[in-house]
Design a protein around this ligand. Structure first.
Ligand code: SAH
Ligand code: SF4
Length: 348
């Protein structure tokens, strides 16, 4: 099977080009085609000699990244269903805002973690994305934006820390200053709380932003909605976050999806305040985006406001996301799940 060209680190690409028998500057030219010009075909790479392009085509695939469905309008939030080089498809979301060109990317096809309120979790796990399949989502965003995205968030389909090696390899490519040049602090990794991987990430020596999906401050409630909590308890997750902050000097953001009657009682709120008050962190409250696979509904705006007020009064830096704006990016996985349902309805 041919390798994906977007999976290669800069060094690996240099070695391949040398192996083909081309001088080193050809590797730089190729890198620029991929990550400055955002080319998606060999034919576009006009200043590369024909025999070099043929040799590349023999070894590598540049495929994938075709948008097969989209929602939203250009210039505001747009959700793209993207076909992958190795088959299957995933979602990515463009979130333009004033000076930011954010792209929310997927890390896996499906997810093993199985959170009850999440369309990706309920659909089950298919496979990890290869490094190049992650990278190409940023390239596709760059083509849409007309320049490199300014921020990358791993909040699409999948659990990024469950595909750790490919995610970190992709980030190193995205980070290259002579390519897409996306700084570590502009890359957010969102995780359901895989404790050993949080420690591993802290040791990489890069200042990634870390977002942790908490959703409940007590083990009983959290286990009910996030089965992973049976393996890593609330305490262990929060401790790992404190280590992350101490090592990287980045403040962790805790995501809390407000679900009516599930995690939004006064007791849940006081548990949350008690857990997070002693810690240097941020909190994002997000009303649930309802999905077909889960009967839960979002908390009322009054409860959202109460959580916000109480946390802020306790000195916890908190924001309450507008559920409309957030609806699209938070509930990543829905476009894919809808497309799959339509496909199977057609097949039936
Ligand atoms: N697997 C990672 C990243 C992808 S999910 C994680 O869980 O953090 C990105 C965010 O969307 C997570 O905080 C997740 O809890 C949240 N999310 C998933 N389904 C949602 C829904 N239906 N409504 C609101 N937020 C949801
Ligand atoms: Fe997986 Fe994140 Fe969805 Fe949980 S919320 S099932 S970890 S994608």
């Amino acid at each position: 099977m041919k390798k994906l060209i977007h999976s290669l680190s800069r060094e690996a690409l240099g070695a391949e080009v040398a192996d083909i028998g081309q001088p080193a500057y050809r590797a730089d030219q190729l890198w620029r085609w991929l990550y400055v010009q955002h080319a998606l075909s060999w034919a576009e790479m006009k200043n590369l000699p024909r025999d070099f392009r043929d040799a590349l085509e023999e070894r590598f695939v540049i495929a994938g990244g075709e948008v097969i469905r989209e929602t939203g309008i250009e210039g505001s939030t747009q959700k793209l269903l993207v076909s992958l080089a190795r088959g299957e498809n995933i979602e990515e979301v463009l979130l333009p805002a004033q000076s930011r060109r954010t792209v929310c990317v997927s890390s896996q096809v499906g997810c093993k973690i199985g959170c009850v309120f999440c369309a990706s979790g309920q659909a089950g796990f298919f496979r990890d994305l290869e490094t190049g399949e992650i990278v190409i989502q940023a390239v596709l965003a760059a083509r849409r934006y007309g320049r490199a995205p300014s921020h990358i968030v791993f909040m699409g389909i999948g659990e990024p820390l469950d595909n750790y090696d490919n995610v970190v390899a992709a980030i190193k490519i995205l980070h290259d200053p002579e390519g897409l040049d996306i700084g570590a602090r502009r890359i957010t990794i969102s995780t359901s709380g895989i404790v050993p991987a949080i420690h591993q990430l802290a040791s990489v020596g890069m200042q990634f932003e870390l977002s942790v999906s908490l959703h409940a401050a007590d083990d009983e409630t959290r286990t009910e909605i996030m089965p992973l909590n049976k393996r890593y308890s609330v305490r262990e997750v929060v401790d790992a976050c404190e280590t992350y902050t101490n090592t990287t000097k980045r403040i962790v953001t805790f995501e809390y999806t407000l679900i009516a009657g599930v995690n939004d009682s006064p007791t849940h709120l006081s548990d949350l305040v008690n857990l997070l008050r002693p810690i240097h962190c941020r909190v994002n409250l997000i009303p649930l985006s309802p999905i077909d696979e889960y009967e839960g509904d979002r908390s009322s705006p009054q409860i959202g406001a109460l959580f916000l007020r109480t946390l802020v009064a306790a000195g916890v830096n908190t924001t309450l996301r507008d559920s409309k704006g957030r609806g699209m990016d938070a509930a990543c996985g829905q476009l894919r799940s809808r497309a799959r349902k339509e496909e199977s309805a057609q097949d039936a």
